[in-house]
Each structure stands twice: as C-alpha cells, then as structure tokens.
Design a protein around this ligand. Sequence first.
Ligand code: NAI
Length: 727
Amino acid sequence: MSEPTTIRWEQDADGVVTLVLDDPAQSANTMNAAFTESLDAVVDRLEAGIDDIRGVVVTSAKKTFFAGGDLRDLIRATPEDAEQVFAGTLRIKRLLRRLETLGKPVVAAINGAALGGGYEIALACHHRIALDTPGTKIGLPEVTLGLLPGGGGVVRTVRLLGIADALLKVLLQGTQYSAPRALAAGLIHEVAADRDAMLAAARAFIDANPESRQPWDVPGYKIPGGTPKTPAFAANLPAFPANLSKQLAGAPYPAPRNILAAAVEGSQVDFENASVIEARYFTELACGPISKNMIQAFFFDMQAVNSGAGRPAGVPARQVTRVAVLGAGMMGAGIAYSCARAGIDVVLKDVTLEAAERGKAYSARLLDKALAKGRTTAEKREALLARITPTAEPADLAGCDAVIEAVFEDAALKHKVFQEIEDIVAPDALLCSNTSTLPISELAEGVGRAADFIGLHFFSPVDRMPLVEIIKGERTGEEALARAFDLVRQIRKTPIVVNDSRGFFTSRVISNFINEGVAMIAEGVPAASVEQAAAQAGYPAKVLSLLDELTLTLFVRISRETRAAVEAAGGDWSAHPAEAVIDRMVEEFGRTGRSGGAGFYDYADGRRTGLWPGLAEHFGKKDVEIPFADLKERMLFSESLDSVRLLEEGVLTSVADANVGSVLGIGFPAWTGGVLQYVNGYPGGVAGFTARARELAAAYGERFNPPALLVAMAERGETFTDRRAAG
Ligand code: NAI
C-alpha cells in the first residue's frame, strides 16, 4: 500500500536494513525530487525504528550505483531560482547528515559507477566497499560541468583526505577512479570481487562496528594536513600555486575558484557551517551561465554524439577484428596503440621494417609509463604489444577488415599506398584516410572502391585525444559511414560526422583562431598581449605557440592551396591579414616554427625560451589601442562565425557535433560549451551575438559579418539546438 519509491527498504531478521536505490522511472538513479522524498521517508523510518536496527547497507539495483544530480533540472536553474536551489541542496545535506549520525553503522556497497552525487551518498556512509568491475568509476567530476559537489562532497573529502589531497586528487580535476585506484587514493575502504563478497564484507563491518561514527565526529578530530589556521598547513602551502595555476589561470572558469573557496573556508568552521558555505558556492555555480554551457556540451551534446545520432540507423553493427595501419609515423603509431588497446589486431606497415618497428616501440613506451604509474599490468602490456605486428610487406595485410592510412600528407602517395593493398585486404574492407587537409572526395578518385572510402581524422597525441572526425566523401556509402562510426566507438573515442570540404570542420575552424591571432600581430598588437588574450579567453594553447607547433610552412601551403582551389572554381580570394605576416616570417626571416628551431618564439633544444624580440621591431606599432576584451572576443567569434558558415554550407550537420568537436578536438574553450553553444550563451543570445559580430566587422574587417543563417535566427529569436537529433 505504500507509494512507489526510489529507495526500497529490505530488513532482515538480524536487524540489518538494506536500502536499495532503484528509481522505477529511470534507468539510473539520480538526485531528483522523488529521491529526496524517498530519502526523507527512509531516514525518518530508520530513526523511528533505530532500536531494532543493527546497521544499514546502501546499494543499488541498477547497473550504476547512483548517477548524481539531475542535470535536466540543473541546466534550467537561473539566478531567480537561487533560493530554491540553495534550500534543496541544504535539504539533501541534512538528510545525509542524519544518516551518518544515526549511531549505527552505515555501509555503502558500491556496485557500479558512483560519481558526483553517487559518491557523495557513499561519503556519508561510515564504510565504503566497491565492486571491482570495469564499470565502477568513483569520483566527483562536477568541476568538469562547471559545478562543485554540493551534496557534502567538498566538506567530507576535505575532512577525509585533508585540503590539499581533496583538492588535487578529487575536486579540482574531477578525476574518475577505478575501484583499486580509489582504494589506493583513500576514497574507499575495501574492494570486492563480486556482489556476494561485497555484501558479506558489509555485514562483517556492521558486526565489528556496532556504533560507527565518521572520523570527523570523533572528539578531538583534526583535518589531516591542517587548515590555513594551523602551522601544519603552511608546510603544504608551497605545493598549491603550481598545481592550481592551470585551473585558475585567468580564464572564466568559476568552478575551481568556488571549490577552492568552499574547501578552505569550510575547513575553518564546523561541519554544519561548512555545509552552508558549500551550498552557497554550489548555488552560485548552478544558477550561473557557465555550468549550463558545460552541461549542454559535456552531457547532453556528448550523449547525442556518442549515441549515434550521426550513424545511419539501418546498417547492422559490425566489429573490426584486424586493422591495417599504413604509415608508422607519429599518427600511425598512436592509431596502432589505440586500436590494440581496444583489443583489435593491428598490422602496422611502413616502407621499412625498422620504421614499422619504431612505430610499435611507441606503444611499448606508453605502456612502460602506464606500468610505472600502476595503470596497467605486465600481462596487459604484453598482450597489447602482441597484437601489433610491424611489417614492410603488403602481403601481411591479408585478412584486414579495415585500413587506416597515415602516410605523409601527399595525395599521390596516398593513392599509391591504397592501390598497393586494395586487392590484398578483405574484399569489403573499410578504407580510411587520416588526412588532415586533403578533400576526401578527391582522394577517393584514386581508390578503387570509393563507396568504402572515408576520412577518419585523428588528433595528436592519438592516445590522449578523445575525438575522431569522420569525413563523408561525395561517394562514401552509408555502410562505410556506419562502420567507421562503429570503429571509432570500438576504440572508445568520440566520433563526430561531417561532410567533405577543404579542412573539414576542425582544421578549417582552428585556422580562424590562428589567423585571427596573427592578424593582431599585423595590426601591431604586442605578441605577449595576443598570447595573454588566448589564455584569458580560456584556450588551452596560446595562439602563436600553437602556430609554431603546427609549423608556419603548413599554413603557407594551406593558404596557397585554398587560394588555387577558390580561383579554379571562379571565386574571388580575399587574403586574410594574417597571410602577409606568416609569409614574411617564413620567407624574410626564415622562422618556420618549433621544428625549424625558430618561429614566433625563440627555442633552445626544442624548448621555448621567449617570444622573438624581432616581432616588436618588425610588426609592432606604438599607437595601437585595441581593447583587451576585443582581442579575446575576436578569437572566439572567428571560430564560432565560421562554424555557422559550415552549418550553412552543409559541412556540419549537427549542432552537438560542432560543440563537442570544437572542445574535444581543437581546444575551443570548454567554459563556452563549444562553438555554437557560445553563440547561444552570449549575453543577449543569438541576437546579442549577431549585433556584436556587426560591431567587430565594422572595427576589424568584413570577416566578422554575421552569416545569413545567424541573422535569420536572430530575427526569429531562435537558438542552436540539435536539429539532426530532432530530425
Ligand atoms: P609522419 O611523417 O610522422 O609519418 C608518416 C609515416 O608514413 C612515416 O613513418 C613514413 O615512413 C610513412 N610512409 C611513407 N610512405 C609510406 C608508404 N608508401 N607505405 C607505408 N608508410 C609510408 O606523419 P604524421 O604526422 O604521422 O602524419 C600522417 C598523416 O596524418 C598525414 O596525412 C597528416 O596530415 C595526418 N595528420 C597529422 C596530424 C598531426 O598532428 N601530425 C593530425 C591529424 C592528421
């Protein structure tokens, strides 16, 4: 006769209550209104029946333990909702506080992912046991969504680990730990091999600890490592700035700052007051604009992208078992590693066996590092390496059901290597090129089976970069597109799908950022200001240092090729103001970038030693008065505006792909939520962005003129939403 509830109560004859988290309305448990009501009822019942209760086990009937805050609610919270959000947060905290002060042992039996709110529930338990499965992930990743853990996560991790470890291991990077690594980091107490063992261990804890208290409720408790008031803390202080500078560097990321403040301020008061402080800092983030951008990009858009909105639905899923990687250079070596890590057999081919072996040695080096850090085992290392066969013989590619080509960026060479192997690999093998600039449709002309040919654009370093841009050529078939999508998912990366065009989406959009930075040099802006503007706009790489990495000669070549293509098609090529600067750097000063030993920066032994003083002499002007805010916005606008043009041109077909691809692939600042979410979230929305683009066009050049699509959307009061997913 009771109401359906998200927490099931199971009490045995021994007086042990198992609270089974099992929301009947969702596939995962979240901290929604129904959960809060159920928790309230359960805590009342525990307190009322406490004399008959020996202990409590909290576990879940879902695949995950508990998924955390309900992001569908959080993304809607505005500053007007602040009071309500604050009150709701405090309510959860107080319920969890009553659970941990019951006077009876409470054990979290973590049967799968316990991230965010899930781990916060576990933190309110006296003992945490996690099941050792690949799905068990433990941590507080709120910072990656522009939030802080508002369910007691800051207050309790600070009291569990100390301020320094709580910040660095858990709160500021949002690290997600496997069960064994969570144990080593002190986040849990035990790891169990299976569910029965986990429940038995929970019982054993209850039997042995009839009157459990949290460490911080034991009289005389002190925060490990001290607080800013104590001398012990001062000893840890020097470690802070270096570790935090990356998170806190000028860029508009309020979450790390609020987390830091909540941790430090909360450490100096009692638990109750610390909880209120945490709730206030949480509310400010949850009701502010940046968490919305980040939740949109990293949760909703990411879900849309990975769930296969861009994959042709009718094609049955297929797994690749043996892949040929052509070219064992920097990219080929990384691609081989990523495929082998996913359990795929790799034949790694280069012109000589030595070159192919060097490519394989790259995997050995990565694995040695992982081994040293305890992230892999010697057996796993051997197994992975055994999957990679280096060779120089085309015949060794027999039986490969996919090919990924990563030889030099030269169309004739790429044609040649495909022709060499086309009749050797499986007759229906998927044929992919990792070109970063060459149009896929043109490359396909030199390949026998154009329908099976597709672009698979990886990013460097491949083992760490999560994105792959799939490029559909004019003649690419639906089956190849589906198989390419499945292959990217199989190697656990995130696939975006775009139509073919010079530079595709990512390479074209990032060149706007670089050209805009260099245009500022042409205007006489000091190079240090250009670099600082990029950093403060939130870019992970500064603009001139990025160009030095990519090499200036690459940009000279790309603009020549683009100019030739535009003119061949009867179009007008209007030179970007950056071109003249890059040309002079290469031709007059011989400065081609880091690999050439000199670029916008000077280098010694491959390391940057400082900006080249010649920049001020040859390009600097005395009377430039460009507002610093304009420098930052010009970089961001240049990329967003061109992304809108790519939507108009049909190269991009999905808003989610644009947002996710820009942040994961080319370093568009994460706080914006991506190139199109930046437009949505700009003050005044799409209309505000459009008006600002017109101002920038008047001041800095026609390239900032808003495209027709943007003007029309502004007039209709529309925002960018995922049209492809919406059909
Ligand atoms: P790389 O110069 O490091 O490697 C190219 C490799 O191809 C060399 O080991 C070379 O010996 C080998 N090779 C040449 N001819 C061959 C043949 N006939 N058969 C087999 N192997 C042959 O170049 P990298 O940087 O790995 O780039 C490879 C491709 O990936 C290029 O198309 C590049 O545009 C693209 N790309 C590069 C990115 C980067 O960040 N470097 C990013 C994304 C794509």
